[in-house]
Ligand binder design. Structure first.
Ligand SMILES: [Zn+2]
Length: 296
């Protein structure tokens, strides 16, 4: 697979950056499965560099956008919906926080909607929802599970003249080759005064620093990482003010957690049944949940 060599930071365009971490990914062996949301082969990481100016951490060399899109459009992830209950709880917390800022009868676009777990919760909270998801399989899953009509594609496929009161990007921006171009497009689709919600791993977190190369967010699908400074830079550049920041809380079943550590549990059906009934709430202080308002 051909990679692209960056000569400037994908967030602030600075040409000054330094080595951050040596990678282990072999681009020649990449397959669609490597991009699964539930991928549990942690420790596969790209060679990362960090911008001296905005501190954004980006893979360099990096994949071409069309190659990434190809992987996501073919992606099938049967395990993702297994954790619908836990993920639904994560998302209900976000919707409660959103309701304190925005009236829930507004229009909402969820980018990278996966199987529609969040979109379904948002619909039931009163939002007029639109979802975008590149994977044909996950779009069909959303229809099968919730009767949702999610559009297959990326923000590039959406009519530029559409605008929404709220846009949500939950665990999306760390997957993007060009986050700046993406945010520019998002900014054009949010009404003045509208709300942008982002969830993304925080590479500046204590968890990331302590875990080093073993940080659980290092996986093939994560090609870039933000911290507070680079997020503020990106959002500020596109006319957003951060109005609230929370640490994202994870709700897991014991099954999900156990398969992260012992993938072989996937083959033990009786143990699975028990583990799926035990639920955890975990605060790892490792990800940001950002609420930002588009300037008038
Ligand atoms: Zn930069």
């Amino acid at each position: 697979m051909k990679l692209k060599h960056r000569t400037s930071c994908p967030v602030c365009e600075s040409t000054h950056f330094t080595a951050f971490m040596e990678g282990t990914v072999d681009p020649g062996t990449l397959r669609t499965e490597d991009f699964k949301i539930t991928d549990n082969r942690y420790g596969s990481l790209w060679t990362f560099q960090q911008c001296d100016d905005c501190s954004f951490v980006f893979s360099n060399p990096c994949l071409h956008e069309d190659a990434v899109l190809e992987f996501y459009s073919q992606l099938e992830d049967n395990e993702y919906s297994d954790e619908a209950e836990g993920r639904g709880k994560n998302f209900k917390t976000i919707l409660k926080r959103m309701a304190k800022i925005q009236t829930p009868d507004s229009t909402l676009l969820d980018i990278g909607a996966a199987s529609g777990i969040f979109l379904n919760e948002a619909l039931h909270s009163g939002y007029d929802v639109t979802g975008l998801e590149p994977s044909e399989f996950l779009v069909k899953e959303a229809k099968r599970l919730y009767g949702l009509d999610i559009l297959q594609g990326t923000i590039e496929d959406l009519d530029e003249n559409l605008s929404f009161s709220t846009v949500t990007c939950l665990d999306i921006i760390e997957h993007l080759v060009e986050p700046d171009a993406f945010m520019s497009r998002v900014a054009n689709m949010i009404k003045p005064g509208g709300l942008l919600v982002i969830v993304t791993p925080d590479i500046g977190s204590i968890a990331s620093r302590l875990a080093g190369k073993h940080w659980w967010h290092y996986r093939i699908a994560h090609i870039n990482f933000f911290n507070t400074r680079s997020l503020e830079r990106l959002l500020g550049k596109h006319g957003f003010d951060i109005i609230k920041k929370n640490r994202y809380t994870w709700n897991f079943s014991a099954f999900y957690l156990a398969t992260r550590i012992f993938p072989s549990i996937n083959n033990k059906k009786s143990l699975q049944k028990i583990l799926k009934k035990i639920n955890f709430k975990l605060q790892l202080f490792d990800s940001w949940e950002i609420y930002a308002r588009k300037k008038n």
